[in-house]
Design a protein around this ligand. Structure first.
Ligand SMILES: Nc1ncnc2c1ncn2[C@@H]1O[C@H](COP(=O)(O)OP(=O)(O)OP(=O)(O)O)[C@@H](O)[C@H]1O
Ligand SMILES: [Mg+2]
Length: 297
């Protein structure tokens, strides 16, 4: 994969349209493109009129897919549950069934599932030259982007705590072996919890590294000529700054339809897109995409 591009922004500003335009343009230039939507309210199929529940070929060089968030959440919970049950089967006093029910309804589960979906889909499609991501509106997307970073911090802490537990356990076993259940690991390399944390950590680090790789990962914010989408773009810049990530471009979409023009506040190179009479037409989108090509240059 040469480049991965995220289109961020407020609801309705033109994220899907921009991601479509770039995908169609690059594929018209014989570059292989995987265009994916991680917005639970998908719109890619409205443009291509194909069922995109699975990765589907749109033209010679373009494949598109809408991540099925519901089924991803189910399979994510199922896989986690199976591993957790295996790991904690010695804990008979804890009702695991209740715990997993709780997990299913925990806040943040959807974001977690989306983050995992995003990681798996990117990894599965690394053979494409370009991966173009259509994202949900700001609030949800900032949560998804911050999860790998906050999870990394947590996992590092948990690993340290876990290692301490194993060391203490080994020390107790040394003094009185009968005090420690035989099924419990006394060495770090045999501990199932550490293994699980290592597994989680691999996932997370893949995303942290990818998102932080400025040569590969490009981010553009889409906005219109209204105060609200401008202030939301500024919020995105701030939110990303907290993760040490930066935007590469601002796309001022539907130019000429609004009142105010203070996008220079964003301090970003700006790509201007006028109001188009037929913004869903593939030919129009392909032509428009040429303006967006500089994002991946
Ligand atoms: N430059 C444009 N000229 C005219 N119409 C446009 C333009 N860009 C987008 N639109 C139209 O505006 C609407 C919203 O665009 P789009 O779906 O791309 O926004 P979005 O940011 O992806 O929205 P959501 O947050 O709901 O996913 C669509 O009907 C789209 O066809
Ligand atoms: Mg959209």
């Amino acid at each position: 994969m040469k480049k991965i591009v995220f289109f961020l922004g407020k609801g309705g500003v033109g994220k899907t349209t921009s991601s479509a335009a770039l995908s169609f343009y690059l594929s018209s230039e014989n570059k292989s493109v995987y265009w994916i939507s991680i917005d639970p309210a998908h719109n890619l199929s409205d443009i291509v009129h194909l069922d995109l529940h699975k990765k589907t070929q749109v033209n010679d060089f373009l494949f598109a897919e809408e991540v099925d968030v519901e089924s991803y959440l189910k399979s994510f919970l199922h896989k986690t549950t199976v591993r957790m049950k295996e790991m904690y089967k010695y804990l008979q006093i804890v009702n695991l069934e209740n715990m997993f029910d709780l997990l299913k309804h925990s806040p943040g589960m959807e974001e977690y599932a989306l983050m995992y979906a995003m990681k798996e889909k990117i990894e599965e499609n690394e053979n494409f030259e370009y991966i173009v991501i259509d994202t949900p509106p700001t609030g949800l997307m900032l949560k998804i982007l911050s999860l790998p970073f906050s999870s990394k911090m947590w996992i590092e802490k948990l690993v340290r705590w876990r290692k301490k537990i194993i060391n203490h356990r080994a020390a107790i076993a040394n003094i009185n072996p009968k005090k420690i259940d035989k099924s419990l690991a006394l060495e770090e390399e045999n501990d199932k919890v550490l293994k699980e944390l290592g597994y989680q950590s691999d996932y997370i680090i893949f995303l942290v590294n990818l998102l932080s790789d400025k040569s590969k990962c490009k981010m553009a914010v889409v906005l219109n000529e209204d105060e609200m989408s401008l202030s939301e773009s500024l919020r995105i810049i701030n939110g990303l700054r907290g993760l040490k990530l930066t935007l590469d471009f601002a796309i001022l979409n539907k130019e000429g339809t609004g009142q105010k023009n203070s996008e220079q506040e964003l301090n970003l190179p700006i790509i201007r897109i006028p109001y188009l009479r037929n913004a869903m037409d593939i030919k129009t989108l392909t032509n428009l995409g040429q303006r967006l090509e500089k994002i991946v240059k």
